[in-house]
Every structure is written in C-alpha cells, then in structure tokens.
Design a protein around this ligand. Structure first.
Ligand SMILES: N[C@@H](CCC(=O)N[C@@H](CS)C(=O)NCC(=O)O)C(=O)O
Length: 215
C-alpha cells in the first residue's frame, strides 16, 4: 500500500523546501518508496477530520493502512525503520544516527525556528533587535558545536542517515543569515546534502505544488 502524506496546498515558504513535508518527501526518495500527497488548505487543517490525525492542526501527517502519524521526526523514523537506506544496521551506529535525529529536532531546531518566528511576528516590537541578537548567540554556539563535530567529514556519523536528513532540513532555515557562511564546513555539508538526487526529487516535487497553485 502507498502511504499518503499531507502538505500545504500553498506553502508560506513559496516552495523553498522549508515546510516539514519536505522531510518526509526526502526520506521516501532516499529509501526508494512511492508516496501520495493530500494537499491541505489552512482552513482544512483546522477541521475535525484533520485534527483527528494531527491534534495541533498542522502538516505533515502520514497514513498507511491502519497507522496514522504526525510529527515529522517520528514519521521519518518510521520510514527509516521500515526501509533500508536511512539507518545503519549495526546497533551502535544506528543508535548514534537516532541520537542525531534528536539533536536536530531538540537542540538545533528550537532556537533556529524561534528566530524565524521572531523575524516574522516581532519585527515591530521594541525588543526585536535584542531578542534577535540573543537567539543569534544561542544558535551560534550550537552551530559551533556542530561544526567542530563535523570537521572535515561528509556526514555526522560516517554514512548519510536520517540524522543528516533532519539536521540539514533544520539548518536550511538559516540560509541567507550569514551564520552558515561563517562556518564553511556547515555550508558545504548542506550543499552536499542538497546535491543528493533524492533531495532534488523531493525539492522539485514540493516546489511543483507551489508553482501549480501560484500559476
Ligand atoms: N513538530 C511538528 C511541527 C509541525 C509544523 O509546525 N507544521 C507547520 C508547517 S511546517 C504547520 O502546519 N503550520 C501551520 C500551523 O501551525 O497552523 C513536526 O515536525 O511535524
């Protein structure tokens, strides 16, 4: 059976791959599995039918047979457990890949996402500059740790994994901030991931949705 995911009918990021359905699309492409997409309007996302699957009225979700899931990290993990390609077989390497999935979502994503929200929602507030600077400092420290760990390696733990997939989707939100350019190994890490054929297919698929809606 082909799994169905949900995605924005018209993504606020204009198809730039920042909406979290990108993580699922990329995971499916990495493991070579087809998927269907149900596009949602903001209104439909808040209706009972969707809330029954995603209690917070958000995308993405995943449905396959008798299972329905929300939380992009949990869904990527589910895909990675069911199909080869995103988690190593060896137990310790697998545990480390899962650790990096959590690091991406628990340690890097919160301040990076807060920064995006502040830039959108608090630009006209008197505390804007101070808050942005404080978040920039926190993010900088996290990026420094990540950059030191990565060093000259291609991926976070030898081979590409679901940990890299999530980490790159989180870091991409900083493109244009200058913070990645200041750490060239992180900029190169993202470029390396974006050059993967699976990433490119996923990116093109979600961009096509935006282009069709805008067209
Ligand atoms: N932690 C959730 C976050 C989901 C989320 O924030 N989704 C956004 C799109 S990327 C959304 O649906 N925003 C619209 C809204 O919250 O109304 C996940 O990773 O799946």
């Amino acid at each position: 059976m082909t799994a169905t995911i949900t995605a924005f009918e018209r993504s606020p990021d204009r198809g730039n791959g920042l909406a979290r359905d990108m993580r699922l699309r990329w995971a499916f492409e990495e493991v070579g599995q087809p998927y269907d997409v149900r596009l949602m309007s903001f209104k439909a996302m808040k209706q009972p039918a969707h809330l029954a699957i995603q209690p917070f009225g958000q995308i993405p979700t995943y449905e396959d047979g008798d299972i329905a899931l929300f939380e992009s990290g949990a869904i990527v993990f589910h895909i990675a457990e069911r199909h080869k390609g995103l988690l190593p077989d060896e137990a310790n390497a697998r545990a480390r890949a899962i650790m990096w999935m959590f690091a991406a979502l628990n340690t890097l994503e919160p301040p990076i996402f807060d920064r995006s929200l502040v830039r959108i929602l608090e630009r006209d507030k008197p505390w804007y500059e101070e808050r942005l600077a404080a978040l920039g400092e926190i993010i900088g420290k996290r990026l420094d740790g990540l950059s030191s760990h990565l060093g000259a390696a291609d991926w976070l733990d030898r081979t590409f994994s679901a940990g890299d997939l999530l980490m790159v989707t989180v870091l991409r939100r900083l493109q244009g901030s200058g913070m990645l350019e200041e750490r060239p190994n992180l900029a190169a890490y993202i470029a390396r991931a974006e050059a993967r054929p699976a990433y490119q297919r996923a990116f093109a698929a979600q961009l096509a949705v935006f282009t069709a809606a805008a067209g």
